[in-house]
Write a protein that binds this ligand. Structure first.
Ligand code: IMP
Ligand code: MG
Length: 189
C-alpha cells in the first residue's frame, strides 16, 4: 500500500480507548433498557451497519459489547469515486424489514451532511422498533442538509475531509489505523 496521506487528527490509541468506553457504556444502557421494557433475556439487539465505512469502527465496537446482537449490514452510498462532497443517495442494500419491536442500533463511520443517517433512521422508524439509536465514530461540526442527531458520537471533528479507520478516499485508505485529514492539495482534480 502507498504511504498513508494527510495529517493525523485522532491517533489509533485514542480511538481504541474511546471505542471501548463507548461500547461498554452502550451495552450497559441496552441492558437497562431491556429490563425496563420487560423484554426477554434472549432479546437480540439489531445492529444496522452502514457499509462499507462502518466496518472498521463496528469491528472494534461490537467486541466491546457483551450483548446478544445480530449484525444487519446495509449499503447506502453517497460519495462515488473521488468525490469529496455528497452526490445524492444510492440504496444498494436496504434496511431489513423485520425490525418491529426490536431494539435497533444504527452504526456508521461519520455524521456529515446527515442525508444517509436521516434516511436510514426514517426507514427504521416506519417499522415501529422498540428503540432506535444512532452511533457514529465521527461527527462533523457543521449544518446538516437533513437534520438527524447522533445519540452517541465518539469524536466531534471540524468540517474537513478525513480518511482512515474505515473512511475512504476513492476506495482507498480504509485500513489506515489513525483518522487523518486529507488536504485539498491531495485530492484528485
Ligand atoms: P452523509 O453526508 O452524512 O450522508 O455521509 C455519507 C457518507 O459519506 C458517510 O457515511 C461516509 O461514508 C462518507 N463521508 C462523509 N464525510 C466523509 C469524509 O470526510 N471522508 C470520507 N468519507 C466521508
Ligand atoms: Mg458511509
Amino acid at each position: 500500500m502507498s504511504e498513508p496521506q494527510g495529517t493525523v487528527l485522532i491517533d489509533k490509541e485514542r480511538i481504541a480507548r474511546r471505542v471501548r468506553e463507548v461500547g461498554e457504556a452502550l451495552s450497559a444502557e441496552l441492558e437497562r433498557e431491556r429490563a425496563s421494557l420487560r423484554l426477554p433475556g434472549d432479546d437480540c439487539v439489531q445492529l444496522i451497519l452502514v457499509m462499507t465505512g462502518a466496518l472498521v469502527f463496528a469491528a472494534d465496537l461490537i467486541r466491546a459489547m457483551p450483548v446478544r446482537m445480530q449484525i444487519r449490514p446495509v449499503t447506502f452510498s453517497s460519495y462515488p469515486g473521488a468525490a469529496t462532497t455528497s452526490q445524492g443517495l444510492n440504496v444498494v442494500q436496504d434496511v431489513p424489514g423485520d425490525l418491529r419491536g426490536k431494539r435497533v442500533v444504527i452504526v456508521d463511520d461519520i455524521l456529515d451532511s446527515g442525508r444517509t443517517l436521516a434516511e436510514i433512521r426514517r426507514r427504521v422508524a416506519k417499522q415501529n422498533p422498540a428503540s432506535t439509536r444512532v452511533v457514529v465514530l465521527l461527527r462533523k461540526e457543521k449544518r446538516r442538509d437533513d437534520p438527524v442527531e447522533a445519540d452517541v458520537a465518539c469524536f466531534d471533528i471540524p468540517d474537513a475531509f478525513v480518511i482512515g479507520c474505515g473512511l475512504d478516499y476513492d476506495g482507498l485508505y480504509r485500513n489506515v489505523p489513525d483518522v487523518r485529514v486529507l488536504a485539498e492539495s491531495e485530492w484528485k482534480r
